[in-house]
Design a protein around this ligand. Structure first.
Ligand SMILES: CC(C)(COP(=O)(O)OP(=O)(O)OC[C@H]1O[C@@H](n2cnc3c(N)ncnc32)[C@H](O)[C@@H]1OP(=O)(O)O)[C@@H](O)C(=O)NCCC(=O)NCCS
Length: 213
């Protein structure tokens, strides 16, 4: 079901499903997303959760789509996932976000990857899985920079991004029709600037596992 770059060990495996496989996993991805974003400060409601189910087929079809999943080996259940795609000029970011940035914005939005989703089911959080998914997804990109949006709050996600070298490009940005402020962040890697961890090895009760890139 997955490409052979998934390396299994005691309890958790990191997989890189194809787009078609990701669509087949939609119900599991939505469950992880719903549970991960249920608590404050996100407090996502059912309609917002269903947005993921609706948008997934479109996202899968986008240029550069890439997803990684963390799967509990014994049950074959997805406990976390991260995905993104190329930041192509047809996307709302170029229309809505770029004008709010200072002139070097084009540098961030051109030829970059966008980290679109990162979520780990609450029982599996705090054990290195989110960081591992982040690192695995970005290490396998041919791009050398990436952007993301995250709620403008002191969240675990924000700490994760900062600890991996993401910088704030816009501290408080309102997407059209969205009431809450988001932070726009960027990450460059390659050469001396590389900040993505070389050997992500999660720890904790889910057991150790390794990832071959
Ligand atoms: C953000 C999220 C994906 C992180 O996944 P995770 O598996 O819990 O994260 P990890 O255990 O890999 O920890 C990653 C980093 O987060 C920080 N962190 C994790 N748990 C933390 C906690 N309870 N308190 C403070 N910091 C914490 C640490 O800085 C850690 O960095 P390190 O690798 O230097 O130790 C997960 O918490 C989640 O799904 N949250 C809700 C959804 C969300 O916010 N998604 C991102 C939206 S942009």
């Amino acid at each position: 079901m997955t490409r052979p770059d998934a390396v299994r060990s005691a309890q958790i495996a990191i997989h890189s499903p194809t787009g078609q496989q990701a669509k087949a996993l939609a119900a599991q991805l939505v469950t992880v997303y719903r549970d991960a974003f249920r608590a404050p400060p996100y407090s996502k409601r059912k309609a917002e959760v269903l947005d993921l189910a609706r948008s997934l087929p479109q996202h899968v079809a986008r240029e550069g789509f890439h997803i990684v999943t963390a799967v509990e080996v014994q049950t074959d259940q997805v406990v976390g996932f991260a995905y993104g795609y190329a930041n192509t000029p047809d996307q709302v970011w170029h229309e809505a976000v770029a004008p709010a940035m200072s002139p070097p914005a084009a540098e961030w939005l051109a030829h970059s990857f966008r980290l679109v989703q990162l979520a780990v089911a609450p029982p599996a959080q705090g054990q290195g899985i989110g960081g591992c998914l982040h690192d695995h997804l970005l290490r396998s990109q041919s791009y050398q920079k990436a952007v993301l949006s995250t709620l403008a709050a002191e969240t675990t996600a924000y700490r994760l991004y900062r600890s991996r070298g993401w910088v704030v490009l816009l501290d408080s940005f309102f997407f059209p029709g969205v009431a809450r402020a988001y932070r726009i962040m960027g990450l460059k890697w390659g050469g001396k600037e590389k900040t993505i961890r070389p050997d992500p090895t999660p720890r904790g009760k889910m057991g150790r596992f390794s990832v071959s890139i």
